[in-house]
Design a protein around this ligand. Structure first.
Ligand SMILES: Nc1ncnc2c1ncn2[C@@H]1O[C@H](COP(=O)(O)OP(=O)(O)OP(=O)(O)O)[C@@H](O)[C@H]1O
Ligand SMILES: O=c1[nH]cnc2c1ncn2[C@@H]1O[C@H](CO)[C@@H](O)[C@H]1O
Length: 451
């Protein structure tokens, strides 16, 4: 089981320090530099104040099956899409998968559930899960599985009890490697605004949610709960992070999403297909640039091509890369990738900054699972954002915080970390990491962090 059983006592088992996001050459990472600290601050660091992030999730168990295209067609599913299906359709689909023994695994899922679990696994910090859970849990049930497969660092104390079952996500993998999702939603969208705890949102390093929850039906209030949480986050200047679920959802009404992002979102995570649906631009770098008119920072994953980050930095804070300059749809786009991302409004003279990285080690020899590789990358970005808050709270007068940045590390360093985490997801069977990254990497891999 991933990460150890249930998160009932999440906050109780606090470790002394947050793990560092990614790797550095030196062994002791927090504080960054002893010269940067006064005696009082050094003693504060010996018992650092903890931080956390918050997420709003649809509670889903993934039922993974390998199927052919004919099965998708017969059940009116669309390849690559995530579709809501009726209880009756779910019953018929499940019966067929069971009868033909096509089900390979059942594990905890949901984009945000995965992201919070991976964040907690990577950082050893608390991730507060705002979601529903069955009031009565039977051993062996889906609800039981969900909690058993969730890291104990995910704080499940805020779960809202519901009468119905949690959702099921049929994850259907066709021979081409594509995943198609059929969602039997159960009570996953029944989260109420009253279940959002403003005090937890206000003190969070980030608030994260997925575009999927904006398709909840009338009478289901998870979208309202998310809007309430976003309003609190805005008030407290907590970064709001949105991950786009599937391109099909964005294609239905790209303008709605552009307006939504412009109004609510600080950091946008998407893959290249979702980026194209949102911006009309198929080139991920160009699409990321376009998206910067609506938000402050972008993570755009592009499968075997690797991943891109885009954002802003004040001209006075720019740092030149020591890597080779790269050109694509934007000339020498990585020139300032050693800079730290800032909100556009926090820059006197905002400059757009980009970074790109090819898959770690060129990608795995054998990919066991691509499901959740993007969620893994986002967990790494969230870890770096939380590390920034952690450091700021514990070492407020550090020169690192003389300007207000969104992350602890540079664009370039975050790309490396996100990419490294995606690789880790690709070489295991589930979208949820079963362990953190190795403390030390093989010499070849160490070279990657130093580059
Ligand atoms: N075929 C591949 N070869 C090498 N690396 C890959 C491959 N597929 C994915 N990756 C790595 O994983 C990262 C994320 O992958 P991808 O863009 O497929 O995410 P995604 O579509 O958002 O996935 P999900 O929605 O399942 O989380 C990529 O940026 C890359 O680093
Ligand atoms: O409608 C949805 N809501 C929330 N999560 C979803 C939905 N459809 C698919 N996934 C989730 O996406 C993950 C891979 O990125 C899978 O684990 C699946 O549970």
């Amino acid at each position: 089981m991933a990460g150890g059983a249930n998160g009932m006592d999440a906050a109780a088992s606090a470790d002394p320090e947050m793990k560092f996001p990614g790797q550095r050459k030196h062994k002791h990472y927090f504080p960054v530099d002893a010269r940067d600290l006064r005696a009082k601050e050094l003693s504060a660091m010996s018992r650092p104040q903890r931080t956390h992030i918050c997420g709003i999730a649809q509670t889903l168990v993934d039922i993974e099956a390998h199927v052919d295209d004919e099965l998708l067609a017969r059940h009116n599913l669309v390849k690559g899409n995530s579709l809501l299906i009726s209880d009756e359709a779910a019953h018929i689909l499940y019966a067929e998968l069971k009868q033909r023994a096509l089900i390979k695994e059942e594990h905890a899922g949901g984009t945000i559930g995965n992201t919070l679990h991976n964040f907690a696994t990577l950082s050893d910090e608390r991730a507060v899960l705002f979601a529903v859970m069955e009031k009565q849990i039977e051993i062996g049930s889906y609800a039981y599985k969900y909690l058993s497969y969730t890291s104990s660092k995910v704080d499940v104390n805020q779960l809202q009890p519901v009468d119905g079952p949690i959702g099921r996500c049929f994850t259907l993998i066709t021979p081409c490697g594509e995943r198609s999702f059929a969602i039997s939603k159960g009570a996953m969208d029944k989260l109420e605004p009253a279940s959002i705890k403003p005090e937890l949102i206000k003190t969070a390093g980030a608030l994260v949610f997925a575009s999927y929850l904006m398709r909840s039906a009338d009478g289901d209030n998870i979208d309202q709960a998310a809007l309430r949480a976003m309003a609190v986050a805005h008030e407290a200047n907590v970064p709001v992070v949105l991950t786009l679920g599937t391109r099909f959802l964005i294609e239905q009404d790209p303008q709605f999403w552009r307006d939504f992002i412009a109004e609510h979102v600080t950091v946008l995570a998407m893959n290249e297909e979702e980026a194209e649906a949102l911006t009309g631009e198929s080139d991920p770098l160009k699409a990321s640039e376009i998206a910067l008119q609506w938000c402050d920072m972008v993570l755009c994953t592009a499968g075997p091509e690797g991943l891109y980050m885009a954002g802003y930095c004040d001209s006075a804070e720019l740092r030149e890369t020591e890597h080779e300059l790269r050109s694509g749809s934007i000339g020498e786009f990585n020139q300032y990738e050693f800079s730290r991302p800032m909100r556009q409004q926090d820059c006197v003279d905002p400059v757009k900054v980009y970074s790109y990285i090819a898959p770690y080690l060129g990608g795995p020899v054998e990919i066991l699972n691509t499901n959740g590789a993007g969620d893994g990358a986002l967990a790494a970005v969230l870890h770096d954002m939380a590390a920034n808050r952690y450091h700021k709270v514990n070492v407020p007068s550090s020169c690192k915080h003389s300007v207000s940045a969104l992350t602890y590390s540079s664009f370039s360093q975050i790309c490396k970390y996100a990419n490294r985490v995606s690789y880790e997801v690709l070489i295991q069977h589930s979208p949820r990491l079963s362990r953190g990254l190795p403390e030390r990497e093989e010499s070849l891999e160490e070279g990657y962090w130093d580059r």
